[in-house]
Ligand binder design. Sequence first.
Ligand code: SF4
Length: 354
Amino acid sequence: MERRRTRRVKVGGVAIGGGAPVTVQSMLNTRTTDIEGCVKQIAELADAGCDLIRLAVPDEDSAAAFGVIAKRTGLPLIADIHYSYKLAHLALDNGAKKIRMNPGNMRDFGEIKELARRMADAGVPVRVGVNGGSLDPKFEGMDEADALAKSALECADVFEQCGLKDIVLAIKASDVGTMIAANRKVAGMCDYPLHLGVTEAGTLRSGLIKSAVGIGTLLGAGIGDTVRVSLSAPPVEEVLAGKTLLRSLGLKTDCVEVVSCPTCARTEIDVAGLAAAVERATAHVRLPLKIAVMGCPLNGIGEGKHSHLAIAGGKERSVIMRDGEIVSRVANDMLLPLFMTMLDDYIADYSKNC
Ligand code: SF4
């Protein structure tokens, strides 16, 4: 798939756009003043494969805490700012590697110019985050997708005029069609990298579906450089969903794909439990592996032939396959621990040989 050409923006050592791999983002749901809680959640997200992490900076105490967290984790962190230019400056003082601001909530172009000049000097990019829920009232009455696109480009232009070229646009709406239309519009009008997401997408089930449709449609058309799957769920779910979305489009290969069958009357083992255990155990693994958990030999053997490691459930004993070959027949009550040991061995061998 040919990807849209964009300029490249660097957030610390992480590149967005300009041919860089599409990155996965999430945002902490801990209070930024809860330093220990934030450090713990950042470690969990990074371990799950999150490339970029954002923290809200709603007050001066949070800005100070941001600085401590940035030093403790050593990761390039993004500060999420609304309403206050002072907080944006404090976030820069405290090591923010990118500032997210919403032109719907920060409309003083004089203040934006001062901030932009400082960010340009410091090499810190801005994410212009336009949201359907907080559009500048001056766009009222316009088609929403047009208004979102116009608002984002207008704000980006102010940053450009002040010499800040490192700009990422994020145009989000809770309506999937509007989000797709607005991003398609800006994609044809500029070369800024695009951060994709469906905002306020909902709980795990509806959020995953809306995000897969919205983000997936655009990525499938070559549009989009970084993604956040917004969910009313623990942030680690956003990261796992983002990775799965990218992998399913062939945009990410350094993670484990777990294939499992939907189960039916032929099922002999706890497919859902085993597949969830394998997914949990491999969430941090950065290898292009395919693991199959199948309920019976009917499709299990065939799937196993195309997987690095596989289970095909059987009546009392299940088959384990490695690199397409049957290597073991295991009693079902020992299947989980034995398969987990074989999985660890496989990962260790694969890591050694690659
Ligand atoms: Fe049913 Fe077997 Fe297919 Fe699973 S693999 S859905 S158990 S036929």
